[in-house]
Design a protein around this ligand. Structure first.
Ligand code: ADA
Length: 571
């Protein structure tokens, strides 16, 4: 299951989950797909190359499309030893179309999770780059012209909605083909004709007017379906259904208004990581994570620091959890951003994120380049180009980047002088976002930090923009209790977090905050900068890697419940 609703009634899909042949370091065994090889005995710390293969049975003489939702981090795909192509990046969907003929064929992938200058985004870091076919994959039977993508952007028009639709079609044949398209959303329908040149990808756009339906909001997350059917020679040949929501978002200095209601974003940062299974988190565990997050009284998730599994986004759509989805990149300095692969890899992964996840109503923010070189002229030029790429793909969401560029004064414990920020990119983004850890990395109280930050932001390109505190938090080792509340104890984490959250809930300038982090996550063994990470984990989770709650979880829940009650009591 790669989505949580039926995407095709006509196109036949064959799930390729299951046991594959797997070979690493000369040893052959079976591996379950989707999965990370670090979960296999003896490979817990393996960083290198591996080969996956299995037999697939192609039912007919027509085309098939092999679709991979995520392979970490570089994959080359072969069918019967013919190379179909390669893909970089663990968090984007990719596919190859071919016409191998009916019968059994061997599908083979080489997968590489090594670090080198050829991979700028996957590198030693404060989260784990796992190895393997980590998200679902499938084979689809497709006609010579098929629907690659269906994008829908609803905008309000009086009492109804207008749906701006864009279809991406591909003609795999050597001859031009005439196609007929029908689009259906509720009662609203339209028909289109298009001529597809030979061997080409082409977009077809149209507008469906007068759509009516219930709105999407965190309290009442209603969803609607848009179905496209493509006919060849007068016969329905292919289809694709997408899901969307009707909502209006407006950002101003005070924050987000959704369908006319002001909402303070209160969320967690969440890494895709689960004890024993790594980043190949099963869908039922994703649902449990969201239940744990909602039970806390939070309304948002930041998918730090990469695009998430579409099933997680589907769950957020269904449960009404607001999402800041982030492109892949954490902590790149200028020297990393100057590597030749940086811009091509960033363009690719950001384009994949926006085009593949465009229709999710839960996503209200698209982000990129967490804590990268937003403080140099060269860095700024990269930010500028990538923001304009993102804007070209989506004008309907706020674009952001979480910064830590506050200059030397902010690193002196207790010193929060509102000096000019060295961050040069606040004018480029829609919301100013900073990662701060008062009480953990500095001794300053949260209020002093946020007040000083807000003043500094006004002078550094951020005037009139909302301010989101994209990371607050503190570390605790699950089970380490200490009445002296020493660092790493659950008591200390609880105290620091409550001080941070209490301040941000009341602060008039803060449009939202995201706690670092939902769950403890594994980090890479490599990378000397993370020596202060006991267990080779980032231990700032509210729950540990098994989802066992630390003391901070219950304390935060009680605090947020009190806050919700206070609000209800207001006349
Ligand atoms: C940063 C970063 C996170 C994480 C965090 C921490 O702000 O964005 O990925 O590393 O710090 O735990 O220190």
């Amino acid at each position: 299951m790669h989505r949580l609703f039926e995407t095709h009634a006509l196109r036949r899909e064959h799930d390729l989950s299951g046991l594959w042949h797997f070979c690493a370091q000369g040893d052959t065994q079976e591996a379950f797909v989707p999965g990370c090889w670090e979960c296999m005995p003896g490979l817990e710390r393996y960083r290198g190359k591996a080969e996956y293969s299995r037999s697939i049975t192609v039912p007919g003489e027509g085309y098939v499309r092999l679709v991979f939702e995520g392979v970490s981090h570089t994959a080359t795909v072969y069918l019967d030893n013919l190379c179909l192509g390669s893909h970089y990046g663990a968090y984007g969907q990719f596919s190859f179309c071919c016409r191998p003929g009916a019968g059994a064929h061997t599908l083979r992938l080489t997968v590489d999770n090594r670090f080198s200058s050829a991979s700028v985004l996957h590198r030693p870091n404060d989260y784990m780059t796992y190895g393997g076919i980590t998200r679902p994959c499938r084979m689809e039977e497709i006609p010579p012209v098929y629907i690659q993508r269906l994008q829908v952007l609803p905008t309000r028009q009086g009492n109804a909605w207008q749906l701006a639709v864009q279809l991406t079609l591909e003609n795999l044949d050597d001859r031009p083909r005439d196609v007929a398209l029908s689009l259906m959303a509720g009662e609203v329908q339209t028909q289109l004709q298009s001529q597809m040149p030979a061997r080409a990808v082409q977009c077809v756009s149209c507008v469906l007017s007068g759509f009516q339906g219930a709105l999407w909001s965190p309290d009442d997350p209603n969803l609607h379906l848009l179905r496209a059917v493509l006919s060849l020679d007068g016969m329905p040949a292919d289809d694709l259904t997408e899901r969307f929501g009707l909502r209006e978002t407006v950002w101003d200095e005070a924050g987000l208004t959704l369908n006319g209601r002001r909402i303070q974003l209160r969320g967690v940062n969440r890494h895709e990581d689960l004890a024993g299974l790594g980043c190949a988190v099963p869908v039922q565990a994703m649902a449990r994570d969201l239940q744990l997050i909602r039970a806390l009284g939070l309304n948002a998730v930041r998918t730090c620091h990469y695009p998430n599994d579409p099933r997680f986004l589907d769950l957020c759509d269904e449960l009404g959890v607001l999402v800041w989805e982030e492109g892949h990149a954490r902590g790149l300095d200028e020297s990393a951003m100057r590597l030749p692969a940086f811009m091509p890899q960033s363009r690719l992964t950001l384009t994949e994120m926006i085009t593949q996840h465009f229709n999710h109503p839960a996503i209200v923010i698209f982000g990129m380049l967490n804590e990268c070189a937003s403080d140099t002229a060269f860095g700024r030029a990269c930010y500028q180009e990538l923001f304009s790429l993102m804007r070209g793909l989506d004008t309907s969401r706020a674009l952001v980047s979480a910064s830590c560029r506050r200059g030397a004064a902010w690193h002196i414990p207790g010193d929060t002088r509102p000096e000019a920020l060295p961050d040069l990119c606040h004018d480029l983004e829609d919301i100013v976002c900073h990662n701060i850890y008062p009480g953990w990395y500095t001794d300053a109280p949260t209020k002093a930090v946020v007040d000083a930050l807000w003043q500094a932001v006004q002078r550094c390109g951020g005037k009139g923009k909302p301010l989101i505190i994209s990371e607050i938090g503190a570390g605790a080792l699950y089970g380490y209790r200490d009445s002296g509340e020493s660092k790493w104890s659950e008591e200390r984490q609880r105290e620091i977090l409550l001080e941070q959250v209490n301040t941000l809930l009341e602060h008039p300038r803060v449009a939202g905050f995201f706690i670092w982090q939902f769950c403890d996550c594994r980090i890479t063994q490599e990378g000397s900068q993370f020596r202060d990470r006991p267990r080779t984990m980032n231990n700032k989770g509210l729950v540990d890697e098994y989802r066992r709650p630390k003391l901070a979880y219950a304390a935060l829940k009680a605090r947020l419940a009190a806050c919700a009650q206070k609000k209800e009591e207001k006349p």
